[in-house]
Every structure is written in C-alpha cells, then in structure tokens.
Design a protein around this ligand. Structure first.
Ligand code: GLN
Length: 231
C-alpha cells in the first residue's frame, strides 16, 4: 500500500509538509511505521497543490523514489500552498510503473489519491474511458471524481462489489478535503492553522487521532466531520 497525505489550512511549504517531518512521506517512502501491505514506497510519488485564481492544481509526479528527486527537494521549500495532496507509491502486482500511474490523479480540477487495491473489473466502463492510466487507482479515481459529493456511497458500493478491496482515498478540491478509511490506516491532526489527513502520523504529536475503519471524513470551513459508511 502506498502512503498519502493532505493538508487544508494556512499556506505551508511542500518541504514543511512532506520532506521535513521526522516520519513524513519522505521517510515513509523507505520506513513507514504503520504499513500492513508492502514494505517500501519507492515505485513513484506525486504532489498536487492549489493556487488561488488558477483553474487547475499543479502536479509534480515521478516514477522513481521520492528520495531520488533532488530537484523536488530544492524546489519544495519555495512552494507554499493551503491545499496539498501527496503520495508515495508501492505499486500493486501487475500495475504499470510509469508516472501516469502515480497519484494524485486529476479530473475536473480535483485531485484524488488511492491507498489500496481494487479489482478493476468492478469499475464502470465510463471510468475506464476517463482514466489517466490503466492502473487500478487511476480507474477508481476517474470513477470517484465523477461525483465527489457521492464519495462515501461510491466507495461503499465498490467495496461491496469487491470485498477484498482496500479503498483508502484522499480527495482535494482546493477548498475542502474528503477522505475514506476502508481497509487501511488513516489519521487526522487538527492544528491551529489547519488539518492534516495522512495514512499515518508524520510525527509524535499527541494531537493525532486514528479514524475508524469504514468512515468518510470531510474537512472544510465547518471543521472536521467523520461519518460511518457501509456499516
Ligand atoms: N493499487 C495502486 C497501485 O498499484 C496503489 C498501491 C498502493 O496503495 N500501494 O499503485
């Protein structure tokens, strides 16, 4: 399984969010602390962020390990954003290895990352048509990004169609974050200046809390809301 992270709040640099935390995504790319499936996350990485006034978010993805991206390491301290979604990848068996298979995926100006695995046969033909890659996560992303407000119901329906699926996703639209916990770990940290959602805590701040499995989390101007799905 991959590891992913999203931030919504006051602008923070990509370096502060992804590279500097003691157990952040950079460190998780070789030594995650809570990963139950897979060992290292060296099959690619991606970061997306929103800039006010721009119709679409920026994305920087690469097929290699995050620790090898020396150019990103030099740029990351210079880029700050209030809505960020990033992931490091451990490819599932049989999935493509190129950059287009790395999260975050993009549709209609929104970003989505998937931490897990799903049988692509249960996903609708329209999602295959709109997907950025044949990777299971890309097809799932095309399906879920078709209607972000239906995220919880769609994840529960895909989970019912493929009981072995693991469907932890993060969705960002620049103004809110949506997330599901379905088969893997998800943690939330509420700070004075914003909210972090992540596969696992990036440090030992006692403010981190675990999201119960089979939940939908919504983060927006109204705060953080967690509701059960499919149970
Ligand atoms: N199934 C996705 C892939 O192959 C995500 C894998 C994961 O969560 N490790 O990239």
């Amino acid at each position: 399984m991959c590891r992913h992270l999203a931030w919504l709040g006051a602008p923070r640099t990509l370096s502060d969010l992804l590279l500097e935390p003691e157990h952040g995504l950079l460190h998780q790319s070789w030594a995650p602390r809570r990963q139950a499936h897979g060992t290292v996350n060296a099959d690619g990485w991606g970061a997306g962020w929103f800039t006010p006034g721009q119709p679409a978010p920026a994305r920087w993805r690469a097929a290699g390990p995050l620790w090898a991206s020396v150019s990103f390491a030099s740029v990351a301290p210079h880029v700050a954003a209030g809505c960020v979604l990033a992931a490091v990848r451990s490819a599932s068996a049989g999935m493509p290895g190129d950059e287009s298979a790395c999260a975050p995926f993009l549709r209609d100006g929104r970003l989505l990352s998937h931490n897990g695995v799903v049988d692509r046969a249960v996903l609708p033909a329209a999602a295959w048509r709109d997907a950025e890659s044949v990777c299971d996560s890309a097809v799932l992303a095309a399906h879920l990004l078709e209607d972000p407000d239906d995220l919880g119901a769609r994840v529960a329906a895909v989970g019912a169609a493929d009981p072995r699926a693991r469907l932890n996703v993060l969705l960002a639209d620049g103004e809110r974050l949506l997330a599901t916990a379905w088969g893997d770990t998800l943690s939330v940290l509420v700070r004075d200046d914003g909210v972090v959602l992540a596969s696992e805590p990036y440090d030992d701040d006692p403010g981190w809390s675990d999201v119960p499995d089979r939940s939908l989390v919504t983060v927006g101007p109204g705060g953080v809301r967690t509701t059960p799905i499919g149970r």
